[in-house]
Design a protein around this ligand. Sequence first.
Ligand code: CUA
Length: 341
Amino acid sequence: MIIVSSVATVIGIAISLVIDWFPEQASTASDDIDLLYDVLLIASVPIFVLVMSVALYSVFAFRAKPGDLSDGAPIHGNTRLEVVWVTIPFIMVSALAVYGWVVLDDIEAKKPNTLVVNVTAQQFAWSFDYPAEKVKTNRLVLPKDRPVEFRIKSKDVLHDFWVPEFRLKSDAVPGITTKIRLTPSRLGNYDVVCAELCGIGHSTMRQDVQVVTRAGYDAWLAKERGSAAGEPPAGGDSAAAGKQLFTDTGCNACHTLADADSNAAIGPELNEVAADAAKYGKQEGQTPEEYVKAAIENPDSFLVPKFDKGIMPTTYKNDLSPEEIDTLVKYLLDVGGGNGQ
Ligand code: CUA
């Protein structure tokens, strides 16, 4: 039995190490975390094999003979065995806990020149605010090799901020700010994933994170600042501004709108929103503009047939300025089939 168990342990460890469990490593924490997982796997396999070997051995060795209905021999325990099977796991678990703590402490250490990014989760989109840089965006762009501190908040329910390639993740909890620190170490595009079931659109709550060079980051910052400065409260290219708002605000996470390349079915499709606004607006005694505005500011006041109450966030009235809402209303009515009406 010892020989079979040893062979099974070796094979089990080999298989667990050969399997490629993790995606690419794109942060400096990835190496340490992957190694920690490997150590956990290596420690788990012998325990699993030991428990299964004893269980299987007992099933066969102590099997009742046909017709034997007598009780088993009374057993009063074995102090030495019990001390051993309590002490060894205690030492193993404590050692792994200390090891895990050391790794976490190292990853979470404050580093100089840290970039702070405020992450806001909302059903069903992420938004990012770079307070020192005065940039707000829904596309996370990070410079390679610069430490980042994410300060994560939620406006509604539990979400979970996760970039698998960075390895770290953290819940976004209403009412508190959670933090994670990491340093991107590999150029490329990855997914920001929501890892907590947060409602009907949970599976669509995915956005891009782009790790770029220092120069690329500076160029992106300049461009974002430029477009923010050029964004019209009045005048300017309002169709472009409307489209930008539509994606930046996360409308595209739930609504289909051909002009904005969005393709989601959590809320009503907006390709024909002008016709809908005329029809339902008339029914509600509103102009199409008033109808669309009410649908953004107070979404539960009127529900398009087949859509449920409480799905659309009610926070846009506070999050968007009146000018932004007007820009969005105009944009939607223009691209939603109402052009020239
Ligand atoms: Cu947000 Cu799942």
